[in-house]
Design a protein around this ligand. Structure first.
Ligand SMILES: NC(=O)c1ccc[n+]([C@@H]2O[C@H](COP(=O)([O-])OP(=O)(O)OC[C@H]3O[C@@H](n4cnc5c(N)ncnc54)[C@H](OP(=O)(O)O)[C@@H]3O)[C@@H](O)[C@H]2O)c1
Length: 212
């Protein structure tokens, strides 16, 4: 696949390395692509570009930017470059404010989600929430003694969710499809839950698993 990764932070770089490891072509995007020079030197098979060049390159897109900037990042990427494409949405709607007793503050309310806002803004793209409820260090083929961890996903397009489930399978995850975009109202706060042991006890190495 040709994967266009919108974002230059730790999640973007981690997922880019994962896609490269699994044999895909990758472009990583930033408003200032020069900031990716060191990463590109270490990953010469990858390309870098601005958000629009990155989105144009991708047959599948990853959105890995600050939650407060997610809509703006997609606007810079350009609706024309997103039309009909699967967008793996890793973002969380985290407010620019410190956690309250280890609990992150969100700028969305309980019956809303960032994924729904993005989907409404870009109705011709197929957003799928994924990779938002684990730390970047455990995203690619993590090892847990208890077996494969679970990634909760949601989105409105079945084919897009199947494509994301295939990526998750290659990256060592089992997928739990929670349904339509509205399920992001439950999946995004898993990020809050995941971060609490980190903020309270400096524990950042866990992942969620759904048991039957
Ligand atoms: N860190 C983790 O372990 C982790 C785990 C799961 C999910 N997440 C979520 O994944 C997303 C990425 O997290 P991260 O830690 O890798 O990076 P981050 O620091 O949250 O975001 C960095 C990215 O946001 C972009 N950005 C910032 N302000 C912007 C603006 N005003 N307009 C457009 N773009 C802007 C930056 O673009 P430029 O390159 O142009 O500066 C950069 O690419 C976040 O939503 C986060 O909540 C993080």
């Amino acid at each position: 696949m040709q994967v266009g990764i919108i974002g230059s932070g730790v999640v973007a770089q981690t997922l880019a390395s994962g896609f490269l490891k699994h044999g895909h072509s990758v472009t990583v995007g930033s408003r200032e692509p020069r900031k990716l020079a060191d990463w590109q030197s270490a990953n010469p098979a990858a390309k870098t570009g601005n958000f629009a060049e990155t989105a144009a390159f991708g047959g599948i897109i990853v959105l890995a930017v600050k939650g407060t900037a997610a809509l703006d990042a997609l606007r810079l990427a350009g609706a024309v470059h997103l039309r009909g494409k699967t967008i793996i949405d890793t973002t969380n709607p985290i407010e620019d404010a410190p956690p309250d007793h280890g609990v992150l503050r969100f700028f969305t309310r309980q019956n809303e989600s960032l994924l729904e806002q993005l989907q409404a803004g870009f109705p011709d793209a197929h957003l799928v929430k994924a990779f938002n409820s684990v730390g970047a260090a455990r995203m690619i083929n993590p090892h847990f003694a208890e077996g494969k961890p679970t990634m909760f996903i949601c989105g409105n397009d079945s084919a897009a969710k199947l494509a994301v489930a295939n990526v998750l399978d290659a990256f060592g995850w089992e997928t739990a499809d929670m349904g339509a975009a509205q399920a992001a109202r439950a999946i995004e706060p898993l990020c809050m839950l995941w971060c609490i042991p980190g903020f309270l006890r400096n524990q950042w190495t866990h992942a969620f698993k759904l048991l039957f």
